[in-house]
Ligand binder design. Structure first.
Ligand SMILES: N[C@@H](CCC(=O)N[C@@H](CS)C(=O)NCC(=O)O)C(=O)O
Length: 209
């Protein structure tokens, strides 16, 4: 049994989507980061960086924070959503790192300045909007000749998709990225994605793309 500590954000949804894709039993613990639940000393023992998501795998005793590490751990443990062979795995790791170091942080800044604090800094709004558009173009190109980021559906897709699902907050029109839009809609149609998206609670429909 796995305990999942999460909230209604892209980083949290990555893990609930993978748990649903794997068909695993898990217990959800809501960590309301708007109410500072991430600073609870009991949660800090699992996630010392005071951020969701985090898991405790009671079968192995593993406790993990950082969504990329959690995705890799679960995919490796269950032998799914990761290809066979070192070269193919390295490619998935590369795009997972791209999401963790690029798409996620840049989208997070875009949400902060464009969605939550519009008008506070024209410079920051332009900077993060432009960088995010660049990253979307990179992903669109990667998807121009294959259905998923690394060929077949993997944790690289599961890591990136929840960030793209916030395209409206980012003032992005997916019509400008046709390959990415096709990919977004394809993943959106998967039953485990629709279930995992609404963990720990329903916040509205999944944007259509
Ligand atoms: N690199 C981390 C980032 C996690 C993260 O930024 N979590 C946010 C929600 S998406 C959070 O818990 N924020 C609470 C805080 O910063 O106090 C990961 O991918 O897990």
């Amino acid at each position: 049994m796995i305990d999942l500590y999460t909230w209604t954000t892209p980083n949290g949804r990555k893990v609930s989507i993978l748990l649903e894709e794997l068909g695993l039993d898990y217990t959800v613990h809501s960590i309301d980061i708007g109410q500072d639940a991430q600073f609870d000393p009991a949660f800090l023992k699992i996630s010392p960086n005071n951020k969701i998501p985090a898991i405790v795998d009671h079968e192995s005793g593993v406790r993990l924070m950082e969504s990329g590490a959690i995705l890799w751990y679960l995919a490796e443990k269950h032998g799914r959503f990761l290809p066979e062979g070192q070269a193919a795995r390295a490619e998935v790791m590369q795009w997972l790192m791209w999401q963790m170091g690029g798409l996620g942080p840049m989208a997070g800044q875009a949400h902060h300045f464009l969605h939550f604090n519009p008008g506070k800094s024209a410079y920051a709004e332009a900077r993060f909007a432009r960088e995010l558009q660049r990253l979307y173009a990179v992903l669109d190109k990667q998807l121009s000749d294959q259905p998923f980021i690394c060929g077949s559906y993997s944790i690289a897709d599961i890591a990136c998709w929840p960030w793209v699902s916030r395209y409206e907050w980012q003032q992005i029109d997916l019509a400008g990225y046709p390959n990415l839009r096709r990919w977004y809609r394809e993943i959106r149609s998967r039953a485990p994605v629709q279930k995992g998206y609404h963990v720990p609670k329903v916040m509205g429909d999944i944007p259509p793309g």
